[in-house]
Design a protein around this ligand. Structure first.
Ligand code: ZN
Ligand code: ZN
Length: 317
């Protein structure tokens, strides 16, 4: 049963993209364009921070922003993704609720809708039915450029909902998660209200509160959004393929730290339930590290750690 609402059919995959050692999926000019799109806003932000440092941004805003980025980021990677979507471990109730709340505060949709969309992505990965494949328009130069934009943000503007009844019926049976889903608008608001309140408490002024709202609320949220979307776009286009997945997912090492290990996306597509995506030696995977801590504390059990296998015997940078 395929989905029905793709406007453009996917082109047939290139038979030369067989998942062997590396993926040269796009031309150099496209890489330059994409790098500009990805790095441009970050460089502009760095420039703004440098110019405004001490006037309308200060260390307090940055510290609050980093804390909230880490908390909501792990809510997405450990909670929404590795736990709720793929059931990579079994949490106790308090951990389950905490991760669902923190992930909701990343404002990437309610936990149920996020899980339904992502399960559909795995089910149809880079084929017709994938809600955000960069390969939906084909493998030519302009087609990939267009596809990258679509997979990054364009898909968010298309009416193509993934049915929770079909893709996430287990989520609908969990009363805690249903309630947290209903509270999503409030949690989204809290994600901005919290830095605003902390900014006011620390600075004692409305200006201080507003600046914390902008930097630790809005900018922090935008950065995490782009990192998450980069997994959908860049990690299905650039990087290396070597782990036996049947799609065009890649491992893209520069995103390891900011994405908390979600960048080892080719390994993830080959072994979706593994709690560790960076399964090779030297692969940084902060989310797997955190799940390991949860296991040690007894908050997470039945963790699905990678099993040694021939296809992960090599090393890869
Ligand atoms: Zn993917
Ligand atoms: Zn996944």
């Amino acid at each position: 049963m395929g989905p029905t609402s793709l406007a453009d059919p996917l082109s047939a995959s290139d038979p030369s993209d067989d998942g062997a050692a590396s993926a040269a999926l796009v031309t150099t000019s496209q890489k330059v364009i994409t790098t500009a799109i990805v790095a441009g806003p970050a460089l502009a932000l760095a420039l703004v921070v440098w110019l405004l440092w001490g006037s309308v941004i200060n260390l307090t805003d940055v510290v609050i922003g980093v804390i909230l980025y880490v908390a909501t980021g792990f809510g997405i990677t450990v909670g929404f993704h590795r736990l709720f979507t793929h059931r990579g471990f079994v949490p106790n109730r308090a951990l389950k609720i905490t991760l669902a709340v923190l992930g909701s505060m990343a404002v990437e949709g309610s936990v149920t809708s996020w899980v339904a969309t992502h399960r559909r992505h795995h089910m149809f990965s880079d084929q017709a039915g994938d809600p955000h494949s960069p390969h939906r328009y084909g493998s030519g130069g302009m087609a990939i450029t267009r596809g990258l934009f679509f997979s990054h943000v364009g898909w968010l503007f298309v009416s193509d909902n993934s049915s929770a009844e079909r893709y996430a019926p287990d989520m609908l049976k969990d009363r805690d998660l249903v309630l947290i889903g209903k509270l999503f608008p409030l949690l989204a608001l809290a994600s901005l209200a919290i830095p605003f309140a902390i900014g006011y408490a620390i600075s004692g002024s409305w200006v201080g509160a507003l600046m914390a709202l902008v930097w630790a609320g809005l900018v922090r949220m935008a950065l995490l959004h782009h990192v998450t979307w980069s997994i959908n776009s860049l990690c299905h286009t650039f990087g290396r393929q070597s782990d036996g997945s049947t799609d065009q997912s890649t491992n893209l090492w520069p995103l390891a730290v900011v994405s908390f290990g979600e960048n080892w996306h080719n390994i993830h597509h080959a072994h979706p339930t593994w709690a560790r995506h960076g399964a090779r030696r030297g692969m940084v995977d902060p989310s797997a590290w955190l799940i390991g801590r949860f296991e040690r504390f007894g908050w997470a059990t039945r963790v699905r750690w990678p099993v040694p296998s021939a296809d992960l015997a090599g090393t890869e940078s």
